[in-house]
Design a protein around this ligand. Structure first.
Ligand SMILES: Cc1ncc(COP(=O)(O)O)c(C=O)c1O
Length: 489
């Protein structure tokens, strides 16, 4: 923009443009993986706005793949080792909805974790699916409620008349759920496994295997037997928000577990009739990046991470075990005794933005091309966090209570769809004991429901929400202290 254009912008009121412009000089440890566009080549960056067009003879239609669109999808299918890949330009929220609609019909019972993303709960309600929540008795490691393999296998054995399974892996904190045995058990029952791998698009990178992180590089969901997999490329690869891919496996087609024709039919039902070409082109770009450049970026990032972790003050530690996503940086700051709000303030003062800060950990999603300066800035912020701990009440208890919430489940006689559409009233959440929630209650991020629609509100829920609000959490489903509850109880 030339000077006079900037001056015009300054005089007029463009709140979004102004706010987003000022965010550009900060250190990004959050999605999107395109790092404010800087991860794109200069040529692609300059092209982006010009790529915005409609369905023309020369371009084709992303919802009706043929010609050049089909070629781009075939290349993606090769890179991601699927039988068919679709570009979804409305995020994995839409990919998962399409997957559920393709694999199931209204009334079907689908096994899933309580810690499924709220978009999954919304989709189940919309599609009239019955979400059968997996019984969890082991405390989840993190506040996204990720389940254990044994819990999934046990529920698969115990639950009757299942039409399929939907699982999330990796979780928000980079924890992976091994899928191979689960897929074998589900397939033995003839039912499909859909995987929400929104955070795992980069697992398709063919890493060199030199460093420990590369040696333990996680396997993709497809390679472990999943039938349908949704991935948000924008979260971990250089792609525009909200670029997503939906992959279908050859085994799903051959076994008849998922019909490719039904999947194709669902695309235009849930995806806008004007899919975004710039977003789709960024998926083409991300696929090419994986084919040619990504492995070197991963090596470099893992080296930087190792160097960074070696210099961490003792009050902060990395939460990582073998099998986790080695690119995700989860830092436990509880030993610093620093409050969540203070951590925010310190990071902000160092111009560092992370993906999520919970009561115990901060989750950093370093884009694959994160510069060394950004790690230096994050390191300086961590040193200050280590020095300035002064929290009066123990946040660790809140973290524990948040994880324990995934072990509480109350069944409801209503389906999700009924709970969503039943008569409801707004109530102070403090007065909602014993009532049934009309919607999803989910701290955001990560957006994993602590309570599903129709579940009964317990005293422990109310206490936890108050604690989270005191820590300045945004809780979806609670607005100005009010919660929607069903009136017909
Ligand atoms: C686990 C998980 N699944 C699904 C989604 C939805 O993905 P998208 O933002 O691409 O619609 C998210 C978003 O954060 C997520 O964290």
């Amino acid at each position: 923009m030339n000077k006079s254009e900037s001056a015009v912008f300054a005089e007029r009121e463009l709140p979004l443009v102004s706010a987003l412009k000022t965010g550009r000089n900060r250190h990004s440890f959050h999605m999107p993986g395109n790092r404010a566009g800087q991860a794109f080549s200069a040529e692609f960056r300059s092209l982006l706005a010009c790529l915005d067009t409609t369905e023309l003879a020369a371009t084709g239609d992303i919802n009706e793949p043929a010609g050049i669109v089909l070629r781009a999808l075939e290349l993606a299918a090769r890179t991601f080792s699927s039988a068919q890949t679709y570009f979804i330009t409305c995020g994995s929220t839409t990919s998962l909805r399409i997957a559920l609609a393709a694999a199931f019909k209204a009334g079907d019972r689908v096994l899933m974790g309580k810690g499924s993303h709220l978009s999954v709960a919304n989709s189940c309600a919309l599609l009239g699916l019955e979400a059968v929540l997996i019984k969890q008795d082991t405390l989840p490691r993190f506040a996204d409620g990720q389940m254990k393999e044994a819990e999934v296998l046990r529920s698969l054995k115990e639950e009757k008349n299942l039409a399929g399974v939907l699982l999330m892996t990796p979780g928000y904190y980079g924890e992976n759920l091994p899928l191979e045995k689960i897929c074998q058990a589900a397939h033995a029952r003839g039912i499909p496994v859909i995987v929400d791998s929104a955070h795992g698009a980069h697992f398709a990178i063919k890493v060199s295997g030199k460093s420990p992180g590369e040696k333990n590089w996680p396997r993709t969901a497809l390679s472990q037997g999943a039938d349908l997999v949704a991935q948000s490329a924008h979260k971990t690869l250089p792609a525009l928000t909200p670029a997503s891919m939906l992959h279908l496996s050859q085994a799903a087609i051959d076994s008849g577990r998922v019909s490719p024709a039904r999947l194709a039919k669902m695309l235009p039902v849930f995806q806008t009739s004007s899919p975004s070409f710039p977003i789709a082109a960024s998926l083409d770009y991300a696929r090419d990046f994986i084919d040619h450049d990504a492995a070197a970026y991963v090596s470099r990032l893992l080296d930087l991470l190792e160097e960074f972790v070696a210099q961490l003050p003792s009050e902060l530690s990395r939460e990582y075990i073998s099998g986790d996503d080695p690119c995700r940086l989860v830092l436990d700051y509880s030993a610093s005794n620093c409050s969540r709000q203070k951590v925010f303030e310190i990071l902000d003062a160092h111009r560092v933005d992370v993906e999520l800060i919970d009561a115990r950990c901060m989750v950093c999603i370093p884009p694959l091309d994160t510069p060394r300066e950004s790690f230096i800035a994050l390191g300086q912020a961590c040193a200050e966090i280590a020095r300035s701990g002064q929290s009066e009440h123990s946040q660790v208890k809140i973290d524990l209570a948040q994880r324990q919430a995934f072990l509480r489940q109350s069944r409801t006689s209503l389906t999700l769809r009924d709970s969503f559409s039943a008569e409801s009233e707004a109530l102070d959440f403090q007065n909602a004991l014993g009532r049934q929630s009309a919607g999803v209650i989910a701290p955001y991020p990560p957006g994993m429901p602590l309570l599903w629609p129709g579940e009964e509100i317990k005293a422990a829920d109310i206490a936890l929400w108050q604690d989270l609000l005191d820590l300045a959490y945004d809780i979806r489903g609670i607005k100005s202290g009010k919660i929607g509850v069903l009136t017909d109880k």
